[in-house]
Design a protein around this ligand. Structure first.
Ligand code: 0PR
Length: 401
């Protein structure tokens, strides 16, 4: 740190220059991220309510109330308006809290949790921190958990079964109804990670797409992670954890009685946490309503289907499977996904790269012209062409699976 401060105009100049290398959602070239462009309302409210801190809810009781209202609205979306929960920093924290609650509730000496092989790496993080052994079970050819494998993996130490509604890699939805029956008959906590799919599947259902039940409608579902900062259209950081009963939340409620606001319930991993995030989640849902979300999901799904149909006709790329939600895996036939990803990056596109395929997330910032440009780019890959754009990307490779 320098001794003397810097003039604000200088700081702004420096930032404008140095942040030029970052990609933007408006370019339409971020096609591998589950986040999207913040709305104008979100930008406005975030800066307006920056000082709110839900880590001391007694100071900001009105903000805490909006958090509860937002939880109830999402609970209603997931067929359980009485749900108890918190707005958290994202799917990682939500999954962590669910595991934490299930572990505390079951009180096993050597707790185990059964997760599909497609589970997000947040479960590995959480299990490591909580001293839980993860039992990974294989998925079928559509990337879905197999109920018979789940059943076979249950032991006297199982504290949780995880089902995923919208997997990170291909957007597959596990057979939650069958998992719910297994969980109920064995009296085990079933947690549904709907971090991605939670704000998609209910609207796909409205739109007449084939969907399966995945939420609290199923009596065996004990908790759900659902992320406003993915398809919920809220900016980062905003996740949500919902529990079926208040005692599931109370198991992980750590009291802090000294707080200035005089309240002491701390049901989150974070201490100090952004009240503006809760306000924006609440306001975004007010602004869009069910109709707004349905229209967004409709557009994203139409574009995902367009991408699917176009890649079906390509000689060098094939879709991995029909899309369930607005995520599509595409497999290059002549090169490795990493080679293709590197070429795309040189041309200004950012996709997620798995060992066998690329993952495209057709998020709300993506327009039809972006999909068509991306398809032309994919087709061109086989031809040795000069790169069109050369942004200075670092060559870091993100391999999640
Ligand atoms: N559960 C599922 C099913 C997820 O896909 C993710 C994140 C999480 C939990 C964890 O959520 P948080 O990252 O909010 O804690 N899935 C994205 C992924 O791994 C996260 C992401 C988002 C990565 C934007 C990159 C990116 O640009 O792809």
């Amino acid at each position: 740190m320098k001794e003397e401060g810097t003039a604000v105009t200088k700081i702004l100049d420096v930032l404008q220059q140095s942040l030029k290398r970052d990609m933007t959602f408006t370019s339409g070239r971020i096609v591998g991220s589950m986040c999207t462009e913040p709305s104008r309302l979100a930008r406005l409210l975030y800066s307006k309510y920056l000082e709110k801190n839900l880590g001391d809810p007694g100071l900001f009781p009105a903000t805490a109330r909006l958090e509860r209202e937002a939880i109830a609205s999402v609970g209603e979306l997931l067929n359980y308006p009485q749900a108890h929960g918190s707005i958290v920093s994202g799917g990682t924290e939500a999954n962590m809290m669910a595991l934490w609650s299930a572990r505390n509730g079951a009180r096993m000496e050597k707790p185990e949790a059964i997760v599909p092989a497609s589970a997000h790496h947040s479960f590995n993080k959480a299990a490591d921190m909580l001293g839980i052994k993860l039992i990974s079970i294989p998925t079928d050819e559509r990337g879905r958990a197999q109920p018979h494998s789940v059943k076979a993996a249950i032991t006297a130490n199982t504290v949780m079964i995880v089902g995923i509604a919208g997997t990170t890699n291909l957007g597959s939805v596990d057979p939650i109804e069958e998992l719910s029956e297994i969980a109920s008959s064995n009296n085990i906590h079933l947690h549904v990670d709907a971090s991605f799919g939670g704000f998609v599947i209910p609207f796909l259902n409205d739109l007449g797409y084939p969907t399966e039940d995945f939420d609290f409608k199923l009596s065996g579902v004990s908790s759900i992670a659902i992320d406003p900062h993915k398809m919920g259209m809220a900016p980062v950081p905003a996740g949500m954890i919902l529990f079926r009963s208040v005692d599931m939340l109370e198991r992980i409620d750590i009291k802090a009685s000294y707080l200035a606001g005089g309240e002491y319930s701390k049901v989150s991993v974070l201490g100090t946490r952004p009240g503006a995030a809760a306000i924006v989640v609440w306001a975004t849902m007010q602004m869009l309503g069910r109709e707004g979300y349905r229209n967004i999901v409709k557009r994203c799904m139409n574009l995902t289907n367009l991408l699917y149909e176009n890649t079906m006709k390509m000689e060098n790329i094939r879709p991995v499977q029909e899309p369930t939600v607005n995520i599509l895996g595409v497999r290059p036939l002549h090169e490795s996904p990493h080679e293709v990803s590197d070429k795309l990056r040189e041309r200004g596109w950012a996709v997620s790269t798995y060992p066998k395929y690329l993952r495209v997330c057709v998020m709300p910032h993506i327009r039809k012209r972006h999909i068509l440009e991306f398809c032309s780019e994919l087709k061109r890959l086989d031809q040795k062409q000069e790169p069109i754009i050369r942004p200075q990307f670092s060559k870091i490779r993100y391999t999640l699976l």
